[in-house]
Design a protein around this ligand. Structure first.
Ligand code: GCU
Length: 682
């Protein structure tokens, strides 16, 4: 028996199933499509766990109530009276309805395609487990985003870059693992939240991984693809732009060189021989020492299009990352601004990318900090497919030791109005392609799972994976309703349990932000591993990550008037809002402005007092999380209880360390005392 921590939100326990019982003796299905078979397998499994029933699978209608499972196409041969309101469901969409066949009641699960059927099955199971009654069950639903993708930063040796939950479930000892049963369990989790693509390997493609696209590894990579395919998930690979030189025998990787084009074409053809539904490539080029088109005097459109051309005949995509910046800057030079880089590199190329290229843009202009403005590239690329890149793995947000429920942050990003086509031009509309009428679009998340017992190390970090999938499917959901849904599915229906956990999740991002870097300044972390406080850890480095704190003030002046001019990358009225210190939101003040410590925030507090207050509060609130959790002892699975408790204790230590290091740092810089005279070490 698998543990609760392992089963995540697919425990199917503690739910009342009364009203559904009658439908669950029979399942009628005609299609034998592999994904429909998966859907049936999942439905049987779920119903069996929920009601100890073994439904009979039929290809004809029984005399009493039953569940019908099929695509819109399958429905054509049925006598079911199903009305689909939206005429055609969206790609991957589904409908669940109670309908009649003569006198018989039928619970129909209809998919726009086979994947839609699978999503419909998971929806039904989720609805039952969330305690939805039969008359609330009807739905017509389709994904807001076509591409809902997880990026793994897994290396072939089994290590995961920025992984905080164990080793890779795909790779070990420079091979694909033999036993893929865990990959299947993972595919179930992902399909249940609507994910339809997975990039298997790290964006930093090292020596061995460069060969993943060759005969040496493809037989094994295709075994992974076989597992995911049954769950409607395509696989993608990160590639090394210099592969023609490193593993081919070409003297160049110049994207305009005919030999290079031919090399990639053949590589791609070979991949599709093994994996006919291969998704495509993810590319980190000319970024943090990775090779790219710049070496050959070519631009990123030329680089991306060369690969896109090779993939196009097979229906493959190129995800080309916009994380391109100079990581060798001189901290002495205050005119340099890393935040400006992505826009400067890519805006001039808008319109030059092929239609199977998707520009993958990190949510902020820097790098997954707890607080950054939204990247101005969203809304600026009007003729380019774009995807939003989020980090589910908590590199800068507590590394799955500290609790940090990220959907609250992601929702702010998705709701952010770029004003690209006037009011209402949200990031959500930009990335799903609807704002500019683009063909492809979606949301990508860097995975937070590994081979740890609970997948995510911190069991409550499962909520981030769950929330990622739900928001990628439907960005209109609220973080709170997602938290409630996840909590019920994972822990059952005890009111106290639900209220406690939801309140912990909902407060967690603010708490984390309070005890770490203040007011949008970011980067006060230990270099390299990025956990724990180090206010000047990145201050004199070459990474372009500075806050410029001195004895008078702190922050980066990114205004047009007196600073780097970054604010001009936004559309109005956003540009002016950030440019003007009066209208710049407090939480981003130090991202956009250099101010004296005595500058008054909109809250009425000075910057220095805000720093002290939030750090004392944050550390206290971290302790509060543990107190809340302790009230649940005996009410939830023991193993999970202990795992979470252990991490909450680590979080408290971390928060105290942050509080004291940051407060002392600023006290020493400024000599200004805390108005409440709390303990600040000198
Ligand atoms: C961050 C992270 C790296 C990663 C990089 C990227 O800088 O620390 O580990 O490779 O982002 O997204 O490419």
């Amino acid at each position: 028996k698998k543990s609760k921590a392992y089963n995540c939100w697919l425990n199917y326990e503690n739910c009342s199933v009364g009203e559904y019982q009658d439908f669950c003796n029979y399942i009628k299905v005609k299609s034998t499509h592999p994904i429909i078979n998966t859907a049936i397998e999942e439905l049987k499994f779920g119903l069996n766990k929920l009601m100890k029933k073994e439904p009979l699978i039929l290809n004809y209608s029984p005399k009493s109530s039953y569940i019908f499972v099929g695509t819109l196409e399958d429905l054509k041969n049925e006598k079911l009276d199903v009305q689909i309101k939206n005429e055609i469901l969206k790609e991957d969409g589904f409908a669940v309805k109670i309908v009649k066949e003569g006198d018989t009641d039928v619970l129909a699960i209809i998919g726009q395609n086979e994947k839609g059927v699978l999503y419909g099955v998971f929806y039904l199971l989720r609805a039952i487990c969330s305690g939805n009654s039969l008359n609330e069950i009807e739905i017509e639903d389709g994904p807001y985003n076509l591409l809902r993708i997880i990026n793994h930063w897994d290396n072939l040796n089994g290590e995961i870059e920025r992984g905080y939950a164990g080793q890779s479930i795909f790779f070990k000892d420079n091979k694909v693992v033999e036993d893929l049963s865990r990959v299947k369990d993972y595919a179930r989790l992902l399909a249940s939240i609507g994910i339809n693509g997975v990039v298997l390997n790290n964006v930093n493609v090292h020596k061995y991984e460069t060969e993943l696209i060759t005969d040496k590894f493809l037989p094994d990579v295709s075994r992974i693809a076989d597992v995911f395919r049954l769950y409607g998930i395509k696989i993608y690979l990160s590639i090394n732009f210099a592969a023609p030189v490193e593993i081919g025998d070409l003297p160049t990787a110049d994207p305009l060189d005919e030999r290079v084009k031919k090399w990639w074409k053949e590589i791609v053809e070979n991949i599709y021989r093994y994996i006919p539904d291969f998704g495509g490539f993810l590319v980190k080029a000319d970024s943090e020492f990775r090779p790219g088109p710049f070496t050959y005097g070519r631009n990123h459109a030329e680089g991306a299009n060369m690969l896109a051309e090779a993939l196009k005949p097979h229906g493959g995509l190129v995800f080309w990352r916009a994380f391109v910046y100079n990581c060798m800057v001189d901290w002495r030079d205050r005119t340099q601004d890393r935040a400006k880089a992505a826009y400067e590199n890519f805006k001039p190329l808008d319109g030059q990318f092929m239609d199977n290229v998707v520009l993958q843009i990190k949510y902020g202009p820097m790098d997954f900090q707890i607080r950054e403005p939204v990247s101005p590239l969203f809304g600026a690329m009007e003729k380019t497919n774009v995807a939003l890149e989020l980090q589910i793995t908590q590199e800068y947000t507590g590394q799955q030791k500290d609790l940090c429920y990220l959907p609250t942050m992601w929702k702010e990003i998705l709701d952010f109005d770029t004003y690209a086509k006037g009011k209402g031009s949200t990031v959500a509309k930009v990335v799903n392609g609807s704002l500019f009428g683009m063909k492809y679009g979606g949301i990508v998340g860097v995975s937070n799972i590994g081979d740890s017992k609970s997948w995510t190390g911190h069991p409550l970090a499962q909520a981030n994976l769950y929330g990622f999938g739900r928001l990628a499917w439907n960005p209109l959901l609220s973080p709170k309703e997602i938290a409630e849904e996840w909590t019920k599915l994972t822990f059952g229906h005890d009111e106290q349990v639900i209220n406690t956990i939801v309140s912990m999740l909902m407060a967690s991002r603010d708490i984390y932000e309070k005890y770490t870097a203040p007011l949008g300044v970011g980067w006060m972390v230990n270099p390299g591993h990025h956990y724990g406080p180090n206010p000047e850890g990145y201050e004199y480095s070459h990474w372009g990550t500075y806050h410029y704190a001195d004895y008078k003030g702190i922050g980066v002046d990114r205004t047009v008037a007196t600073g780097t001019g970054y604010t001009a990358q936004y559309k109005e009225p956003i540009a002016s809002m950030y440019e003007n210190i009066e209208t710049c939101p407090d939480e981003l003040l130090l991202f956009f402005h250099h101010v004296p410590y005595t500058h008054k925030l909109k809250s009425g507090k000075t910057v220095i007092q805000h720093i002290y207050d939030t750090h004392f509060e944050g550390a206290e609130e971290a302790k509060g999380l543990k107190e809340k959790w302790l009230t649940l002892r005996g009410k939830i699975d023991e193993e999970i209880f202990e795992m979470v408790l252990e991490r909450l204790e680590m979080q408290i230590k971390n928060a105290i360390e942050w509080r004291d290091v940051v407060n002392t740092y600023f006290y020493r810089k400024t000599g200004i005392r805390d108005v409440h005279n709390r303990k600040i070490y000198e």
